[in-house]
Design a protein around this ligand. Structure first.
Ligand code: PA5
Length: 476
């Protein structure tokens, strides 16, 4: 089988770029036992049902349910508001941005909008992600959209996330004002199967709802209803997405490190981190993958940045993931990558056959050399040039290549990164599936917003703020 994804890591090893790489093929071989033990622990959790994301691509019945749901939506629906944050939003956004025509979301709602990339029949809906509690985007959307042609999907595994709850209440009131009782036909919940306030509200008001499986965490949920429902409504072929992920799931179970793409990604990053490269840049040379880089940042940071290791010792460990996009960031962060501290491992993502290309017209004078080439060829030349320039200076990089931007290849890419994160958790010796730091911030913010049961948190924060030195403030 030709794999939908290739990884070229010659430029990440001293064999490819010389001793300054500080990591060689021998290190990868030495990592094999640690990798295998880690992989086995991950797969054991998969088999015992503790870890759910690995099995999500098998869930074909969910696709049938989502398709059936699509057919129950009022025919006038044109717009979808996705109300979620973090793992409850970034995956869907990455998929939709990668696989839909960039002009589609801008097209007036009344125009015909065909399904994309072989997606479900019926019109593709416009999907909006007001995922911040900053009112700027949500208020603009609510003044532009019409309640009768909008459906809101509230996505929250816990159901208690304050940002999502607040946006939901605003949108629910906006729908109810115009639609009264039928507003409930325009509200959908994706949340825990049984617990939490979002589940309770959806049940009470009779909304349609889907599950975030109890054993799937937010940032690993893109291939559950969390990512699939918005993608399906955008007209994306979600069966292909799952097929790509399924094909890679078996490849990511391979026990030989250098034959396992997730293992290679995890091990190279862990080895380079141990060689004083804690900054991990993901730089797709494709605008369509910009939100994929944001998704990766959350996945890598929230999974691997931990105070305690698996033995409960304080380690305060974790890489710092940095998103970039080529060629744009060559003119922003490029200087730093080329000449700044040698603390980075850069991963380029390349799309072999870009979905669109533009021929550069013939011209005379200084620009003549560009005539007859394409913008796609230029982008690829920029990537190869950057990798080569880094390599010449002993700065490591690797390239993940997918054949094209379609559901199948993207599903493969998403799954490999999720599996790599799970394996990296083992190599960093941390629990990749909790987020105690995020929970603490959520607790304090809930207290400040007056949530019952969080009174202590509110008092803690007011006390701490009052105790700060008053003379460290510039007041004009
Ligand atoms: O990956 C995670 O677990 C987090 O980023 C959550 O997705 C995020 O905090 C939102 O949580 P919830 O889905 O419970 O609203």
């Amino acid at each position: 089988m030709t794999l939908p994804l290739q990884i070229d890591y010659a430029l990440a090893l001293s064999e490819g770029i010389g001793p300054r790489a500080k990591v060689g093929a021998g290190h990868l071989s030495e990592e094999q036992p640690r990798f295998l033990a880690g992989l086995q622990r991950v797969l054991e959790k998969v088999r015992s049902g503790e870890l759910g994301f690995w099995s999500l691509p098998q869930d074909e019945p969910l696709v049938d349910q989502l398709e059936a749901f699509r057919n129950t939506l009022p025919t006038e629906i044109r717009d979808v508001l996705v109300l979620g944050i973090g793992g409850s939003s970034l995956g869907a956004r990455a998929v939709i941005h990668a696989l839909t025509d960039p002009a589609e979301n801008e097209r007036p709602a009344e125009n015909e909008r065909p399904a994309q990339n072989g997606g479900a029949q019926g019109k593709a809906l416009r999907i909006h992600f007001p995922d911040n509690s900053d009112p700027w985007l949500l208020s603009a959307l609510l003044s532009e959209l019409s309640p009768s042609s909008t459906v809101a999907i509230a996505i929250s595994k816990s159901g208690g996330t304050v940002e999502t709850a607040a946006s939901l209440l605003v949108v629910r009131q906006w729908l109810q004002r115009e639609l009264a009782a039928s507003a409930s036909k325009h509200l959908v919940a994706i949340t825990d199967p049984e617990r939490g306030p979002l589940r309770a509200l959806a049940n009470e008001e009779g909304w349609s709802s889907f599950e975030v499986p109890a054993n799937v965490g937010g940032r690993f949920s893109v291939l559950s209803a969390v990512g699939l429902l918005p993608a399906q409504l955008a007209g994306i072929d979600i069966r292909a997405l799952l097929q790509g992920a399924r094909d890679m799931a078996s490849v990511c179970e391979r026990e030989t490190l250098v034959q396992n793409p997730a293992g290679i990604l995890a091990a190279l990053h862990a080895l380079h981190h141990r060689a004083d490269r804690p900054i991990h840049v993901l730089m797709p040379y494709a605008d369509a993958l910009r939100p994929f880089a944001a998704w990766y940042v959350q996945l890598w940071a929230e999974s691997l940045g931990k105070r305690l290791n698996t033995r409960g010792e304080v380690v305060e460990v974790g890489p710092t993931p940095v998103p970039a996009v080529g060629a744009t960031d060559q003119h922003a962060q490029g200087q730093l990558f080329m000449e700044g501290p040698r603390d980075k491992l850069i991963t380029f993502v390349s799309v072999k056959h870009p979905p669109r290309d533009l021929a550069i017209p013939e011209s005379t004078g200084d620009y003549a050399y560009l005539g007859g080439k394409t913008l796609g060829a230029l982008l690829d030349a920029e990537r190869r040039g950057t990798a080569e320039a880094l390599a010449r200076d002993g700065r490591p990089s690797l390239t993940v290549e997918i054949d094209r931007l379609d559901g199948y290849n993207l599903g493969a890419l998403l799954f490999v990164y999720e599996a790599a994160t799970a394996i990296a958790g083992e190599l960093y010796e941390v629990n990749a599936f909790d987020q105690p730091g995020v929970e603490e911030g959520k607790r304090l913010a809930s207290g400040l917003m007056g949530r019952p049961g969080y009174e202590d948190a509110a008092a803690e924060i007011t006390r701490a703020e009052a105790s700060r030195p008053a003379n460290c403030r510039f007041c004009g």
